[in-house]
Write a protein that binds this ligand. Structure first.
Ligand code: SAH
Ligand code: SF4
Ligand code: F3S
Length: 465
């Protein structure tokens, strides 16, 4: 075992990055690295970056400016600090990062995390190391498994990557360039991962992928399995009480996935299904390859299979050429669907994407105005959705002690945090809670004792089903 060294990882962006950060920790653990919360006294700082919008991307450089000061300070104290940039900015910008921030020692793209130990050794001997290729080897096969104590420390809810990359090429989006073509992991490997997590206390699994329902992994029968079939298999694993998946694309909602929502009690009735816009002309310009009506039909199929299902979504306002009328179509769609929550973003032109060459017609002021109007509508829906829980009895999976002494916090099927006064013994269990009140986004209640009703009766009305 090597002498202990301190590692600090800061992640931006999507759940895939959160998951990747854990894999990097697991890869570096055998090298003697242990995680620390503070960048200042770390021997290695990794910025796990996101390129999706300009703001996210530029954040890296301000962070690197701060780290340069910390690195110089460490050097004055005779201590060596190394700085690595990982994630999607590393992939997209490569050497440009070193040009703008010479303090960086390692640049590593998302496909090369299993090479981190070698890259660090190279940075030591050669002064710097860069790797942003899409290698032919399967990085999943090379990444070490987390140790049981690491799994336990991470809690009862875990992410598992099942699919990476995207072949959709929406005209605004960098992901197909930063994460490469779609690749699915074989069913057997995912089953092994989930079993190992379950054996070490994990109760809830979120399957992640940039386009998770495009999953088409090799099954143990030699056939290609869709996501729905994978979910059926994972639901059989002892200890797993909740399954989720994210992020899905409306074009890849197969019948097996709908069937999984109908048949599997463990599959949570909460689906993140981004639509981006309610205007068919804008959807076409975005290359989403579906209309607003196609999306409505997909939502209807889910609702027919499971009446208590709720949705969240992503929206972009101010895409090049978006008129006021086209934006109004987005508001209309949101009103029709009725969301439990949603993320909305101002369009951000990204270098190298087709939309970056389109003429931007929406002024900054108009974009701000549309964002505010959309967010107000979504907020109204979200708080109505949350308020509808008051007086209901809902199942909560308890996760950890809350900040408030004596309280334990968990989550409902819809990911709402729910607090009760109870003994920590309930952590890891799903128990019915009668909800008494709502404080901002957090529900408060009492353990109900009896069996939970399957769904709050008010939900279908609220979500427009
Ligand atoms: N795979 C997912 C989205 C991944 S990116 C999907 O297809 O829906 C997450 C969200 O970021 C997108 O849904 C979109 O709303 C937003 N986004 C992506 N590129 C953007 C850009 N150039 N400007 C503004 N928002 C963007
Ligand atoms: Fe980006 Fe579109 Fe792929 Fe989602 S489906 S990751 S928005 S290209
Ligand atoms: Fe960002 Fe890359 Fe995820 S660009 S959203 S970190 S796939």
């Amino acid at each position: 075992m090597k002498p202990p060294r301190k590692l600090h990882i800061k992640s931006y962006g999507c759940q895939m990055n959160v998951y990747d950060a854990q894999r990097m920790v697991d890869t570096l653990a055998p090298e003697g690295f242990v995680e620390t919360d503070s960048a200042e006294d770390a021997d290695l700082v990794i910025l796990n970056t996101c390129h999706i919008r300009e703001k996210a991307s530029e954040k890296v450089y301000s962070e690197l400016g701060r780290l340069r000061v910390a690195k110089d300070e460490a050097a004055r104290n005779g201590r060596e600090m190394r700085i690595a940039v990982a994630g999607c900015v590393a992939q997209a910008e490569g050497e440009e990062i070193v040009r703008r921030a010479p303090t960086v020692d390692v640049v590593v793209g998302p496909q090369s995390y299993h090479h981190l130990p070698q890259l660090l050794a190279r940075a030591k001997s050669e002064g710097r190391a860069l790797e942003t290729e899409f290698p032919v080897d399967d990085k999943f096969g090379f990444l070490p498994q987390p140790k049981p104590d690491a799994i336990r420390a991470r809690g009862i809810s875990a992410f598992v990557t099942v699919q990476e990359g995207c072949d959709k090429f929406c005209t605004f989006c960098v992901v197909p360039y930063t994460r490469g073509a779609e690749v699915s992991r074989p069913v057997a490997k995912i089953v092994d991962d989930v079993k190992r997590l379950a054996e070490n206390g994990v109760r809830e699994i979120t399957l992640i992928g940039q386009n998770v329902n495009a999953y088409h992994g090799e099954g143990p029968d030699g056939r290609t399995w869709p996501l729905g079939k994978l979910l059926h298999r994972l639901a059989e694993i002892e200890g797993i009480v909740r399954l989720r998946y994210s992020t899905s694309h409306p074009r890849d909602v197969e019948e097996t996935l709908i069937a999984a929502h109908r048949d599997l009690a463990a599959l949570m009735p909460f689906v993140h299904l981004p639509v981006q816009s309610g205007s068919d002309r804008i959807l076409a310009a975005m290359n989403r390859k579906h209309t607003a009506d196609d999306y409505r039909r997909v939502i209807d199929r889910f609702r027919t299979a499971r009446q208590d299902i709720a949705f969240s979504s992503d929206f972009i306002v101010g895409f090049p050429g978006e008129t006021e009328g086209e934006f109004a179509a987005t508001l209309a769609l949101v009103m029709q669907i009725g969301y439990a929550g949603a993320y909305s973003f101002k369009y951000s032109p990204r270098p190298g994407t087709p939309a970056a060459d389109m003429q931007e017609t929406v002024s900054a002021a108009e974009m701000d105005d549309r964002l505010v109007r959309l967010q107000e509508l979504i907020d109204t829906q979200q708080s109505a959705f949350n308020k509808a829980m008051i007086g209901e009895t809902v199942d909560v999976l308890f996760e950890r002690a809350a900040r408030n002494p004596g309280q334990i916090v968990g989550r409902t099927a819809y990911l709402q945090p729910a607090h009760v006064f109870a003994s920590p013994d309930i952590i890891g269990q799903v128990l019915p809670v009668s909800i008494a009140s709502l404080e901002r986004y957090s529900l408060l209640g009492e353990l109900a004792g009896g069996a939970a009703r399957p769904a709050p009766s008010i939900l279908p009305q609220l979500t427009g089903a």
